[in-house]
Design a protein around this ligand. Sequence first.
Ligand SMILES: C[S@@+](CC[C@H](N)C(=O)[O-])C[C@H]1O[C@@H](n2cnc3c(N)ncnc32)[C@H](O)[C@@H]1O
Length: 251
Amino acid sequence: MTTSTIQLFDQIDMTIDTLTTSVFSKNRTVEAPDLPLSPRLKANSRLKMDGLEFLGMLPNDSVPVAFLDPQYRGILDKLSYGNEGEDRGKARSALQQMPEETISEFVGEIDRVLIPSGHLFLWLDKFHLGVGFRQWLEGTALDIVDMVTWDKERMGMGYRTRRVAEYCFVLQKYPRRAKGVWKLHTITDVWREKITAKTHPHCKPVELQGQLIAAVSNEGDYVIDPAAGSFSVLEAAVSQRRLFLGCDLEG
Ligand SMILES: C[S@@+](CC[C@H](N)C(=O)[O-])C[C@H]1O[C@@H](n2cnc3c(N)ncnc32)[C@H](O)[C@@H]1O
């Protein structure tokens, strides 16, 4: 998208905002188009496949919601305590790691398949809060519009402070707006949810993800996750009567 097109969308947004009185909207005016599925893709199933190959099978501008929880290389480097893959973090160390360039490719592909004003929920840890991740967004029409801190209610590791939180960044494709797009206003930006049955080293909270899905899609819409791990997003999508499409290298 060119700079002048982006500026035009921003001007339209501002005009809409000044013409209307409420900041909130309870209805979505955005609709996702019908999604013609490749025969290799099946809704609500745990596909075993490379995420980039999966994304390559989806048409441009076709899905309203995506999740990405990258298995990024940095976590093993930055949280190195010397016993990775032995006593601690054995399951985590065994997972396929994603270099920075691969994460950028995932983000670029998600940008391509999201509908205009569609959302990407991007899970990150505190190192990326500090060092930033804008380089992953370069050349995309995505930008940061919000963030939710997930309090896991479970004490993790840390040389200094002990980790209890992870962060879910809310990214939106142009045109960026909440009105007529985000319809649920009960999600707090600090969210406490304990995972009781841990089926994957990086399980994410199903209830929070379900609420986020409900906020930015309609029943029957597709929700995608190209690196799904325990497939917590599948569970969240089904709980909200949405359709899930996603995969993991491990299946
Ligand atoms: C951080 S975990 C995702 C956890 C997930 N959000 C959950 O709630 O369980 C990242 C996953 O990415 C997978 N992965 C790594 N590289 C991949 C690739 N190229 N394609 C698909 N999955 C990949 C790993 O196997 C791992 O399960």
